[in-house]
Every structure is written in C-alpha cells, then in structure tokens.
Design a protein around this ligand. Structure first.
Ligand code: SAH
Length: 349
C-alpha cells in the first residue's frame, strides 16, 4: 500500500499549473517505481486483431457507425505468426485487442486462438511457459470471460473510461451501462484474472473532481494494472468539437499516472499509445511518471491505420522503442512475463 492521500492534497496537485510541482511529482513517482517494482519495463506485443465493433461509444473512431473505415479481422493463422515473432524478439507477452463482439462464433474463434498460441508458444520457447496473454476485447458475459481464462488468457484490460456514472452516460449510448461495466470488472476478478482498468483524460465535461474520484476508484477496486491516456478527439464521432476541459490533457495524464504509482506502488502501469501520440516526450515522461509496461504495436502495416481509435496514432518500430527505453535509464524485461506484483501479493493474502 502507498501512503494515503487526502482528497484536498490530490485536488491541489491536479489543479496546480506549476511546472516545478509536475517535475517533483515525476521524480517521486520514478523513485517509488524503482523501489517497489524496479527499473524493468515489460513489453506486450500489441495485436489489434479486429476493428469490427458492435458498440457506438461517442469518442471512438472504430465505433459501429463510422462507415469511413475499412473493417478487418485478422485470421487466426496470421495472428499466430505475429505471436511467434513477438516471442522470437523476447517480448514474452501479447496484448490482444479488438472492437467488441458478443457473437459466440467470434468468441469461440478467440478461444481457439488463445489455445493455439498457448500450446504452440510453449513448444517454441522450451521453457514450458510460452507467451503470457492480456486481452482487451470489451464487455462479455461471465461465462465468456471464464472460457477465455480456461483457454489461457490471464490478464484483462477493461477501462471504466469515467468512474462517475453521469460522465460515463454522457460518453456512451444508452445501451451501455455503468453497472454492467462494473459487473464485468468484478467478474474478471472473481474468475482470477489480473484486472486492469483506466480512464481517458480530457473528456468533454470532465472536471478535476472527476479525476480525483477516478484515482479513488482505482484504489477501492484494488486493481492490478492501470492503462489510461489522454482523450484525442476523432472527427467521425459525436464527441468531436464538444468543448474539452481547460486543463492540458498531456500533463494531466502524467500527474494522474504519477499519483497512481505513489498510491499503488506495486501495480503495473501502461504507458499508453495516446500519450506517445500527443507529445514526442510521451514515452520518456510516461516512464518517469511510473509506467512499467509498454505495448509495441505488432498489427500488420496494412491494417494499422484502420484501427483508428483516434487519428495519427503514434507508431514506433518495436526495436527503436526498446532502444529508447534503455536510453531513458530503464531496463527492458525481455524473456519474462512481467506480471503485476500487486496480483501476486493479493494471491497470498
Ligand atoms: N473494445 C475494447 C478495446 C478497444 S478500445 C474495449 O472497449 O475495451 C481501447 C481504449 O481506447 C478504450 O478503452 C478507450 O479508453 C481508448 N480510446 C477510444 N477512443 C479514444 C480516443 N478518441 N482518444 C483516446 N483514447 C481512446
């Protein structure tokens, strides 16, 4: 457990525009991560395997009603080839992400995929462990989450997006409920997954108070992993051009990451692609703010631009990403799963 923070303290930090305070916060977060989880940065080969989506989230470029993108779904065989190249490069873990489908045929395909990746990767690396698998495929039923777990997935990222039910309902259509999202997070935890959640920072209608509450939500939910990033308006979505808050989303995201690291020293924190997209120093400062997981994009070049949650998504070749992580003074956790330490600790309690 990190030190406990009062609401006033957190509000004061998030409201401040003093650059020295941001520097101090980043220094403190970096020290905390080195003491608690070390200087290793773990990699998840990110495969955005499908942009088919049944949802209509008001912020997201792959929403069902955006007819201006080409929809794709990679074949399982193609994904397995990418998985092999991730393991060959020493990444040891994959993050499989897609739009949402609840169609049982699609879920079965993902179950088959996970089984194949687990069986084949155990043979590829001779350690018997194979690739670790994080899923990020949205809201499903308890039974579907269980099937995917039984197949071998062991981490799941499902962002709450906004922990205030009113803000949640302003950025999602009525068929998506806040309660259902909470239930999904609870189901994932009950099944045994390492559970990750997160928010977008800078959403229309979001206040500093919302963000203070979001941090409290992460602590209360006792999460294992945090993945969050700045909101980047997408022209083909209903939220585009809606007035955004007057804080600056990049430095606000860094502050929240740093506070999250200080409050929850042993969780895994992802340095999001959105953070890298907004600012050329996104990786360097994200790591400093306490991130210890990076997800190099392995989606084939032909499909990458169609997985457009927002436009001009940042892309760095994985090898360059690794070199940069080292240049910034961290070690790269190759050939190891790099699971959330918090999860291991709560398993023995
Ligand atoms: N369908 C899956 C995963 C794909 S979306 C799911 O819902 O979990 C992954 C994340 O991208 C979302 O959780 C959201 O927080 C983020 N995202 C979507 N649109 C975005 C935008 N315009 N700007 C920044 N992040 C966005």
């Amino acid at each position: 457990m990190g030190k406990s923070w009062s609401k006033q303290e957190v509000t004061g930090i998030l409201s401040s525009r003093d650059p020295r305070l941001l520097d101090e916060l980043l220094e403190a977060a970096d020290r905390c991560r080195r003491d608690s989880v070390g200087a290793n940065v773990y990699l998840r080969g990110l495969i955005e395997f499908s942009n088919e989506c049944r949802r209509n989230c008001f912020y997201c470029g792959i929403r069902k009603s955006n007819y201006s993108i080409r929809r794709y779904r990679l074949d399982n065989d193609e994904i397995i080839t990418l998985a092999k190249s991730a393991l060959d490069a020493g990444y040891s873990s994959l993050a499989l992400q897609s739009g949402e489908s609840e169609d049982s045929r699609e879920i079965n395909k993902v179950v088959q995929l996970i089984r194949s990746i687990k069986t084949q990767s155990r043979a590829w690396d001779n350690t018997g462990r194979g690739l670790g698998i994080t899923l990020s495929i949205g809201e499903l039923t308890f039974d579907q989450y269980k099937e995917l777990w039984d197949a071998g997935a062991h981490r799941y990222l499902l962002r709450i997006e906004a922990s205030d039910p009113r803000l949640f309902s302003r950025i999602h259509p009525p068929d998506q409920s806040f309660e259902k999202r909470l239930k999904c997070l609870d189901d994932l935890r009950t099944i045994g997954y390492q559970v990750g959640t997160g928010i977008m920072v800078g959403l229309p209608g979001q206040s500093v108070n919302n963000l203070v509450r979001d941090l409290q939500f992460f602590v209360e939910k006792d999460i294992d992993m945090l993945g969050m990033g700045p909101y980047i308006p997408h022209p083909n979505t209903p939220l585009y051009k809606k007035q955004v808050p007057d804080f600056e989303p990049f430095s606000m995201t860094l502050k929240i990451m740093a506070l999250a690291r200080l409050m929850m020293p042993d969780i895994n924190i992802v340095c999001s692609t959105a953070l890298l997209t907004l600012n050329p120093r996104g990786l360097e400062l994200g790591l400093k703010a306490g991130a210890n997981v990076v997800m190099p994009v392995m989606t084939p070049e032909d499909n990458r631009s169609d997985y457009s949650l927002y436009n001009n998504k940042h892309y760095t070749r994985p090898q360059e990403l690794i070199e940069r992580i080292r240049r910034y003074g961290y070690t790269v956790g190759l050939w190891t799963w790099g699971d959330s330490r918090h999860y291991a600790v709560r398993q023995v309690q």
